[in-house]
Design a protein around this ligand. Structure first.
Ligand code: LLP
Length: 380
């Protein structure tokens, strides 16, 4: 989104999420334009944002869905992503969720452990259906990002390690109810150093050969998501999809008919929303000025949880006379801080602030802590 294009009703209420669906469309158009290589399929990772209006826009532009719970699978189907374009990942799929996804005949399960593979096999046999499965491999590639959102290292809980792979092959070979479609990787999130994706391609090629040497053809190579956004300059930021998709086209050695699948979340929705909050009180501390605002970690948890940076701006005020403020929420937790020493035009009670780049992992991670309720949404 672009701050200059924000249109709010006169009587808008806060805290609210403001979604710029037109900007989301622009982002989706860039994705479709730059992913136009043969057999490229982009799925949207619903975990980043499950707002119905957002999902409908994304489905309408033809993306598939990457889900991590039975409810996400259900939501994807309800909002227009065809079941045939849904993947289902996650280390802890329950039997009930697996049964539901089997009933819906989704595109593929991304399987995260040997035991899970055996359970899916058993449930598919019970239901007399065939389960499409991709094996999630832990590629041991360092995503060079925050340690909470790095997933592709041996020490992380995600994916199947190389030690288990012979047993996995044995299950795939003997099962009549598993259709092995390919392999899946995901190295982490908010990746800005694109060389990480080149390293991933090297691993993908190694694993592809490993499977081929053992007589398995891989139809699907799913490289996960992780492309980052610019939290420091969010205005009009559309990630560099051109370079991103080109890397996979150039560096993965593909056979005819082999498909590359992507699962992007943040890069799709991150910049299409802002959290808008009202200044409740200005408190002059001994060393600092605090602006206490009406949004808190209950509406946007990323700063409290990961010390994540989100740009904060005063709505419709660009004066050059600024003061440093600590922007804090109303929740009874010391970590309920959106930013420290943020230089902003002079603030007073009832001024409005924008907390930018809140489209990904914002609304979806909101909670009711302190019995709060996120109620207000505006769309353009
Ligand atoms: N695929 C898999 C298997 C994933 O685990 C994730 C994200 C994605 C795709 C989408 O990644 P993205 O393109 O959005 O980077 N709550 C954290 C981020 C957690 C990411 C979890 N996995 C945050 O607020 O930064």
């Amino acid at each position: 989104m672009r701050a200059a294009e924000i249109r709010l009703p006169e009587d808008f209420k806060t805290p609210c999420y403001y979604y710029d669906l037109q900007f989301l469309d622009e982002t989706l158009e860039a994705i479709n334009k730059f992913s136009r290589y043969p057999n490229f399929h982009v799925h949207y990772a619903l975990k980043a944002n499950c707002n119905d209006k957002v999902l409908e826009r994304i489905a309408a532009k033809g993306l598939g869905a990457d889900c991590v719970s039975g409810n996400e699978v259900k939501k994807a189907i309800e909002t227009g992503f065809g079941a045939g374009k849904v993947t289902f990942a996650g280390v802890g799929k329950s039997d009930e969720e697996i049964r539901y996804a089997l009933q819906q005949q989704i595109f593929a399960f991304n399987v995260e452990s040997l035991e899970e593979l055996e359970v899916i096999d058993g449930l598919a046999e019970e239901m007399n259906v065939i389960a499409n499965v991709a094996i999630r491999i832990n590629p041991n590639v360092d995503a060079k990002t925050h340690h909470y959102i790095t997933t592709g290292l041996d020490e992380n809980k995600f994916g199947i390690s190389s030690y288990d792979m012979p047993d996995v092959l044995a299950v795939l070979k003997r099962s009549a109810h598993l259709n092995f479609v390919g392999i899946h990787f995901h190295v982490g999130s908010q990746i800005l150093d694109l060389s990480v994706f080149k390293s991933l391609c090297v691993r993908v090629n190694e694993w592809k050969s490993w499977f081929e040497d053992r007589g398995f053809f891989l139809k699907v190579i799913n490289v996960g998501g992780g492309l980052g956004i610019n939290y420091h300059q969010p205005d009009g930021d559309i990630p560099d999809f051109e370079t991103y998709f080109r890397i996979f086209n150039d560096f993965i050695e593909r056979r005819a008919g082999q498909e590359i699948h992507f699962e992007l979340g943040r890069a799709v929705v991150g910049q299409c929303a802002a959290l808008i909050t009202k200044v409740l009180y200005i408190k002059k501390g001994i060393k600092k000025n605090f602006a206490v605002v009406d949004a808190g970690m209950t509406e946007l948890m990323r700063p409290a949880l990961y010390q994540a940076f989100h740009k904060i701006e005063k709505l419709n005020d660009h004066s050059s006379l600024v003061l440093p403020y600590d922007i804090v929420g109303p929740i009874c937790e010391s970590s309920d801080v959106f930013g420290k020493e943020v230089e902003l035009p002079i603030l007073k009670r009832n001024d409005y602030l924008l907390i930018r780049s809140a489209g990904a992992y914002g609304e979806v991670m909101a909670s009711n802590y302190n019995l709060r309720e996120l109620q207000y949404f505006y769309y353009r």
